[in-house]
Design a protein around this ligand. Structure first.
Ligand code: PMP
Length: 423
């Protein structure tokens, strides 16, 4: 059975070009870049060349503004905790209700440490209201952290505008964005459109580099202190021997994505739009989460009313189709996604959302196959659903009445109470 991998927001295949450029550094060129002999100097140069490439492609003013990390989780932790360390007088943090746990949990930890934390709500399409941000800003605000593109829905926040508003209010407030899902897919220009962003996180494994490598952009002059301390690597900003092969691979991955971005975006949008159209046509009681909002071209999150996401994933898996649901298993209980709850996705669908996410390696034939298999899976599971009247093949009247009600008043509050490990 041919595998159809449609879960590229969770992770991506390492590109052959990336594997190729990494290979020598996993073999003969294994030297520590800090060592004082010629072969080691070559590895140090490789790291600096990678830094310059990525810095150039993301519009950084200087390569030294890029610190290599072990991925976006580390970059996000470093951004927020590093900001706090450098600005002890500022005790207020603003983020959004729909961030990845790698920001949300950091914000929760800061709240436990005594910071005041605001989680900005989103509307039913997953959009922020900039007025909510303006109202939330305080004289003691340390940092605003708002993601560029959402990993579950693909909804894109107007990061350039958010950052501008923050800086116009108080230039000392740091603006951070988790750009893990957007780098390589959307334009990022830290000297142009995104010139007000101080800190930006990204990760290799979402753009065809390996897992365990990423970056944190720290604008020159930002008040920020290191998070990981130890050796003097990365100009004392991130201790630990450089991951030479992965850093070299990361640069090629960013380069490939940048070089082909427009063509790839068109390809991804054609796959996503086709799947979206077919599923909406073939499945009754389906909604597209974030449909009215600007979205990544690669991501389709569908709310399937009256059934559970997990059931659908198991059945898709049986057909060799890899996708994701909005729910994540949190300490044994299935919690609906905090993102969909914040968007007030109706109760009948908040557990039944499925995410398909594509990459350059997906094809239209795969989309057609998903669109053939998935509606049948939905129909089969609905026949087993307590909300479904199998004889009449429609939802039961009491289920229909619930269609517009969100998870529960408490659960749909803007502040998330629990979040899983959604990728
Ligand atoms: N932020 C977002 C938006 C993500 O999608 C992910 C990956 N699921 C992360 C952060 C964490 O990235 P990493 O796996 O590189 O730590």
């Amino acid at each position: 059975m041919e595998l159809i991998y449609a879960d590229n927001n969770a992770t991506t295949a390492v590109a052959p070009e990336v594997r190729e450029v990494m290979a020598p550094y996993l073999a003969d060129d294994y030297f520590n870049p800090s060592s004082m002999y010629e072969p080691a100097r070559r590895t140090a140069h490789a790291v600096e060349a990678a830094r310059a490439t990525i810095a150039g492609l993301l519009g950084m003013g200087d390569p030294s503004e890029l610190v290599f990390t072990g991925g976006a989780t580390e970059s996000n932790n470093a951004a927020l905790f590093g900001a706090a360390r450098a600005n002890p007088g500022r005790r207020h943090v603003i983020t959004t209700a729909v961030e990845h746990p790698a920001v949300l949990e950091v914000a929760e930890e800061m709240a436990r440490q005594g910071f005041a934390v605001d989680f900005l709500p989103v509307d039913r399409q997953g959009r922020l209201d900039i007025k909510d941000l303006i109202r939330a800003l305080r004289p003691d605000t340390l940092i605003v952290s708002a993601m560029h593109a959402n990993n579950e829905t693909g909804v894109v926040f107007p990061v350039a505008e958010l950052a501008r508003v923050v800086k116009e209010t108080d230039p000392a407030i740091l603006f951070h964005t988790d750009a893990t899902q957007s780098v390589g897919k959307l334009p990022v220009d830290l000297s142009g459109e995104h010139a007000n962003v101080d800190l930006l996180s990204f990760s290799g494994h979402k753009l065809h580099a390996p897992k365990g490598v990423g970056g944190l952009f720290i604008r020159r002059g930002s008040r920020w202190r290191p998070f990981l301390v130890g050796g003097h690597q990365e100009r004392n900003r991130r201790a630990g021997t450089e991951n030479v092969p992965y850093v070299v691979g990361l640069a090629v991955a960013v380069e490939l994505a940048a070089r082909h971005r427009e063509k790839e975006a068109a390809h991804l949008a054609s796959l996503r739009d086709r799947l979206e159209a077919l599923l909406v046509e073939r499945i009754p009681y389906v909604a597209v989460n974030g449909r009215e909002a600007p979205r990544l071209p690669s991501t389709l999150n569908v709310a399937i009313h009256f059934i559970e996401g997990e059931g659908m994933l198991y059945q898709l898996d049986a057909f060799g189709i890899c996708a994701s649901s909005g729910s994540a298993c949190t300490s044994g209980s299935l919690e609906p996604s905090h993102v969909l709850r914040a968007m007030q996705v109706p109760f009948t669908a908040v557990h039944g959302s499925v995410r398909f996410s594509f990459s350059r390696y997906n094809t239209m034939a795969e989309v057609e196959r998903i669109a053939e298999v998935f509606p049948e899976i939905v129909a089969r599971l609905r026949r087993l659903s307590p909300y479904w009247d199998t004889e009449r093949n429609t939802p039961r009247p009491e289920a229909l009445a619930m269609l517009e009600s969100t998870a529960s008043p408490a659960e749909s509050a803007d502040r998330p109470s629990a979040h899983g490990n959604s990728a």
